[in-house]
Design a protein around this ligand. Structure first.
Ligand code: PLP
Length: 458
């Protein structure tokens, strides 16, 4: 049996040990992430321009590459206390099952109704909207976790919340939709007839089941054309990574309590927010030359932005109304194969993580979805938690690394982010159990087609 006498199964923090500030990793980056550009002029977006779309204080956070710590307002800290600190769990049972000398820890962010880490940024964004005296916010949601998190935050603060939900999810995930409506959000399937861009997309692609990029365009249009509304986004942006740093700060504080230093930190990457948040304080040490860690982003082989994308300016949305971001991207029209069930389907990657990856400070791996669900099931059976498919990308690589340790006899300490639960993903699990899941991987030819549509920069 593993030695459980020293390190408890769950390392909790006291309320008093919870972070009081977010950590802004950009402050320690020598090469700062590239600025967002105006899609018309290709000039960096000014605070004023961004202020038309986003809340003022969030614009400041978006543009701030210098301030290392940004205080978490008391109201947000109080809200965090309702579901944080999240536990850092030592995966003794998984270690035992794998017969590995590796020590595995996971930070579990699924212990709130939204079922994911997204609430960490939703409450912050809703708070600043409220503080600015706005009536409400608009957003898009794919699988539904972000929309749910934002609905919860808006209900708490008394803000109106309009969610554009990718049509295929709207139809396939009626329960997610009802959770959002329970929290008072209005949920519209995207593309819809309620926006100009939605009508245009529907005219060009009748019968389309929608995409994140398209839902973003609709949500932005509604925000900019309704006084008292702003748009909020659940991933990719610098501000979101900043809010999610609470994950990494708690993880580090918990590990420090027991003098544990991880060798390897692993997280799934869709737009990069949970991974960016988890690694932030560790990456900070790495950037300042105080410590070294192996950091691995895991993405689906069917949506491989890091491993097969290009580092270039691209549109964040299909309608090309959003600013341009420099990121690893597959092209803004890229949509993973219909058979893809594992989430993490955004075409681009956070500009912060993109720069860190370009600078060789982190690695990335792409994993096929059946291998992801195998890992999910193995994990569920020994650790009890039913993981979200997204999170299971990280589980896959954590298991692979732990099995390597078994061969080499190395006692590496592995920390991974378990971003959420999979209760609303049972259709995907069903496909897996019935052997109806396959591993479609886009060809180079396909990727070239989408890449050709990247905006031409001078
Ligand atoms: C949204 C989501 C992700 C991916 O988003 P990131 O911004 O890359 O973190 C991962 N896991 C879960 C459970 C999610 O809801």
């Amino acid at each position: 049996m593993a030695d459980t006498t020293k390190i408890p199964y769950k390392i909790y923090l006291e309320e008093s040990e919870m972070p009081q500030s977010w950590y802004n990793v950009r402050a320690d980056m020598k090469n700062k992430p590239a600025p967002l550009l105006n899609p018309g002029t290709h000039q960096p977006m000014t605070a004023e321009e961004l202020g038309g779309v986003f809340c003022e204080e969030l614009v400041q956070q978006e543009l701030d590459n210098e301030t290392r710590f940004i205080e978490i307002p008391q109201e947000i800290r109080d809200f965090y206390k309702m579901y944080r600190p999240s536990p850092l769990v030592r995966a003794y049972c998984l270690e035992e099952k794998l017969q590995t000398p590796a020590k595995i820890y996971y930070k579990f962010e699924g212990n709130n109704t939204s079922g994911s880490h997204k609430l960490n940024s939703a409450i912050a964004q809703a708070y600043y909207a409220k503080k600015q005296g706005l009536k409400g916010v608009t957003t898009e949601t794919g699988a539904g976790q972000w929309g749910t998190a934002l609905s919860m935050a808006c209900a708490y603060l008394g803000l109106d919340c309009k969610v554009y939900m990718v049509k295929v999810s709207y139809e396939q995930k009626p329960f997610r939709r009802e959770v959002m409506r329970t929290y008072g959000a209005s949920v519209v399937p995207s593309p819809s007839e309620t926006t100009q861009i939605g009508r245009k997309i529907l005219a060009e692609h009748p019968g389309t089941t929608g995409s994140l990029g398209c839902a973003i365009s609709e949500a932005v249009e509604v925000a900019v054309s309704n006084p008292g509304y702003r748009y909020v986004l659940g991933s990719v942006l610098n501000q979101v990574l900043l809010h999610q740093s609470v994950i990494g700060l708690e993880t580090k504080a918990a590990l420090d309590k027991y003098g544990i230093k991880p060798d390897m930190i692993i997280g799934c990457a869709g737009g990069g927010s949970n991974l960016g948040g988890l690694i932030s304080p560790f990456m900070g040490e790495k950037l300042r030359g105080e410590a070294d860690y192996q950091i691995i982003a895991v993405e689906p082989a069917s949506c491989p932005s890091f491993t097969r994308g290009v580092y270039a300016y691209d549109f964040c949305d299909t309608g090309m109304v959003c600013p341009l971001a420099k990121m690893y991207t597959l092209g803004c029209d890229f949509i993973p194969a219909p058979n893809h069930a594992g989430g993490l389907r955004y075409h681009g990657m956070s500009p912060v993580l993109s720069q860190l990856y370009a600078d060789g400070l982190m690695e990335a791996r792409a994993v096929p979805q059946t291998a992801v669900f195998e890992a999910a099931e193995q994990f569920a059976r020994v650790e009890g938690i039913l993981p979200a498919p997204e999170s299971s990308h990280a589980i896959r690589v954590a298991i692979d690394e732990a099995l390597k340790c078994k061969e080499t006899g190395e006692e590496k300490t592995i920390v991974f982010g378990l971003t959420g639960t999979g209760y609303f993903d049972m259709v995907a699990y069903e496909k897996f159990h019935d052997g109806k899941m396959d591993d479609y991987i886009p060809t180079d030819e396909e990727l070239t087609i989408y890449r050709a549509k990247l905006p031409k920069m001078d």
